[in-house]
Write a protein that binds this ligand. Sequence first.
Ligand SMILES: O=c1ccn([C@@H]2O[C@H](COP(=O)(O)OP(=O)(O)O[C@H]3O[C@H](CO)[C@H](O)[C@H](O)[C@H]3O)[C@@H](O)[C@H]2O)c(=O)[nH]1
Length: 473
Amino acid sequence: MPDEPGVDQGDAGVGGSRGEQLRGFGDISGGLYVEAQRPQIVLERRPGYRRTGEDGGRQTNSLLGADRDGARQRGPDAGRRHVGRGYLMNGSGSSPPVYVPFGVGRHDAAPPAIIIVDACLARQTAVATAPASADGPRRHGPRLTDMTWLITGGAGYIGAHVVRAMTGAGERVVVLDDLSTGIPDRLPADVPLVRGSAADRTLLDRVLAEHAVTGVVHLAAKKQVGESVEKPLLYYRENVSGLAVLLEAVVAAGVRRFVLSSSAAVYGVPDVELITEETPCAPINPYGETKLAGEWLVRAAGKAHSLSTGCLRYFNVAGAAEPELSDIGVFNVIPMFFDRLTRGEAPRIFGDDYPTPDGTCIRDYIHVADLADAHLAVARRLSEQGGPADLTVNIGRGEGVSVRELADLVGEITGHHIKPETEPRRPGDAARAVASATRMSEELGWTARRGVREMVESAWEGWCLRHPQALGT
Ligand SMILES: O=c1ccn([C@@H]2O[C@H](COP(=O)(O)OP(=O)(O)O[C@H]3O[C@H](CO)[C@H](O)[C@H](O)[C@H]3O)[C@@H](O)[C@H]2O)c(=O)[nH]1
């Protein structure tokens, strides 16, 4: 094993059968068990993770995450970084690389850790500390989940909130984002970011293996309705063909959980009070079509390849958990109102002759932080043994708000009381699109906690951060 600057080396036991010991790196082909005598094979001295792709180059023969000196740290971080996990790679050159996902307890506890590895795919499926020895009880390390989630599009507006929710709940994540609209600064410093396309098979193979990914949350996609009408081929390529490439990589890597970001756009313009997951899907634009085709693809792949899948149909997403994470696009009604007000212009209401109480369209707005929590709930459900293999859920609040009501609230919160102007209807708008959110609450116990006021307030804070002039106009 070559020395790397700043990297400590230890002993590894890698066995062709349980208990057989080798030193350093070994070939585990055919072996069911890997037993690490001193789990800290190679630890980065600096805390946090190395980044790949963007600035880190290839990672070989290194563990991710732990800072060996962390045990002696004081303060809030003390002891927190002692979960060593990562992978070993057989880099002999004579045989294909074998990746051994690797998880251990606190290194100061140093119990021999038994890592059970799937024989075919060398994928970690469980970690347990060794039984108590004769010289006293062993200290058990922290329970480790065996999941690492790849979040594609994790540097985007919604993706960054998903990253925040999942890492906040103790999940291990890695982000893949081409940064076409994503912003690296949205991510916590210790979340690995790989820059690249979620449809790049070579990159995907590497990332899935190097990070020992066990589940994928796929958010990277094109998402503008109008653009999809002008560029349907681009939307089908990105949202459908690209998804097929990702699923091929996922299946080949033996990843078993897949969560897809879908949209209420799959329903089209149904004439119902509440849209349930059983409401027929009839998208009216290429964006909605690609989301529906993506769902089909995911479910079919799930059935054929034993993938547990979840498709989340988002309704109208708004707000921000922190101002820095807010949406920078001006494609939806709330930022479009802010934009007009900031320029001293009247917000526009597209149509006030709909068959609704005040004549304007009704939508179901969902706070992005609630939406992110819903991803966590679905991801965890898929991780549970016996969880549904195929879950399709609306993510909304089940409450409608009209455009006029929203305009009034925006005026109140921003202090910009410019009377909205009414314009002709916008083609393709449904009079009403409100979710039935009962499946999420009944099956997963998830319900949205934040209301529309909180969405507008937090969105406004984020807007003012980027448009300070909005406060002065
Ligand atoms: O300046 C504006 C902007 C929008 N609207 C109205 O506000 C409502 C919401 O419009 P958005 O563009 O914010 O959202 P949509 O409901 O059209 O679409 C959103 O929800 C869809 C799912 O139904 C898709 O997910 C889509 O990507 C997402 O933007 C619509 O009635 C629209 O006509 C206005 O009156 N004035």
